[in-house]
Ligand binder design. Structure first.
Ligand SMILES: C[S@@+](CC[C@H](N)C(=O)[O-])C[C@H]1O[C@@H](n2cnc3c(N)ncnc32)[C@H](O)[C@@H]1O
Length: 264
């Protein structure tokens, strides 16, 4: 598995030591990498990597599990998510936390934009740019890259008066990718086209339809052979009123023709 943005690698070390996991732990900060190496560098099963997470994902063998504790919001999702999805085995799992509401109570954005956030560190405040996005937006972005969100948990700061709230996402890369990821967006134009075929044989009309056994054609639902004889072809022609339709209505039974029908 991969710990993305592992920092001092305490989560990775815990999974290796207490659960027998094999973990690659990657962080882009030389300081964090040195801290991790000093504390856990000799732990068998833990592989510490100093690298940009996206560069690492692009080069690595696919992982069964990728997780990240508060590091995903630091990386542009348009850069991160394609690499993340490609680096996950089909059937693999992705878990990560993101900032949802900061300690002042500022909630997430509905647009994919980074904003300044203040980190309170031991050495003083540091301003960083973070992608603090609404859960629906994360879900849609993940879906665009073939990742399906299974659940989202709320993690509120335990201290009274602290408005900080995080969201824990659990997602999978499905074994079989559906033709269109589930999003709220309409399908792209070419996805609205369907293709079928109408066959005219020597004895009768028959249809390959869309492979259901009861073909569908512009005239409506119809089944092969007897029910479709001339009548449905003629009604098909009447409804379309096109030259192509009139040709179909001829249905002379003399020649065998295959015609593609597009809809949508
Ligand atoms: C808030 S810290 C979390 C550290 C650790 N996951 C933890 O919970 O202790 C965020 C970490 O993400 C790392 N990070 C930010 N951008 C990164 C990138 N592009 N590639 C790798 N690591 C990154 C930072 O260096 C930092 O260690």
């Amino acid at each position: 598995m991969l710990d993305l943005g592992c920092g001092p690698a305490r989560h990775a070390a815990h999974l290796v030591r207490d659960h027998g996991a094999l973990v690659d732990a990657v962080d882009a900060s030389a300081g964090q990498y040195e801290r991790a190496r000093a504390r856990h560098g000799s732990l068998p099963g833990l592989n510490l990597v100093l690298a940009d997470a996206v560069e690492h994902l692009r080069a690595a063998e696919p992982y069964d599990v990728i997780y990240s504790v508060n590091a995903v919001p630091y990386i542009d999702p348009h850069r991160l998510l394609p690499a993340l999805a490609a680096a996950l085995e089909p059937g693999g799992r992705l878990c990560f936390t993101v900032l949802h509401t900061n300690s002042h109570g500022d909630g997430p954005s509905g647009d994919v934009v980074a904003r300044p956030e203040i980190l309170r560190l031991a050495g003083g405040d540091v301003t960083v740019r973070m992608w603090v996005l609404a859960p629906d937006l994360w879900t849609a972005l993940l879906a665009e890259h073939g990742l399906r969100v299974e659940r989202v948990d709320v993690l509120d700061a335990p201290q009274p008066g602290n408005h900080a709230s995080y969201r824990l996402f659990q997602a999978t890369r499905p074994l079989r990718v559906s033709s269109r990821p589930r999003t709220g967006k309409p399908p792209v134009a070419h996805a609205a086209l369907g293709v079928g075929a109408v066959l005219h044989g020597p004895a009768d009309c028959s249809s390959t339809g869309t492979g259901t056994g009861r073909g569908s054609c512009p005239a409506g639902r119809w089944s092969p052979a007897r029910r479709c004889r001339r009548r449905s072809c003629a009604s098909s022609a009447r409804r379309r009123g096109s030259r192509r339709g009139r040709r179909t209505s001829g249905c002379s039974g003399r020649s065998s023709t295959t015609r593609a029908v597009s809809s949508g």
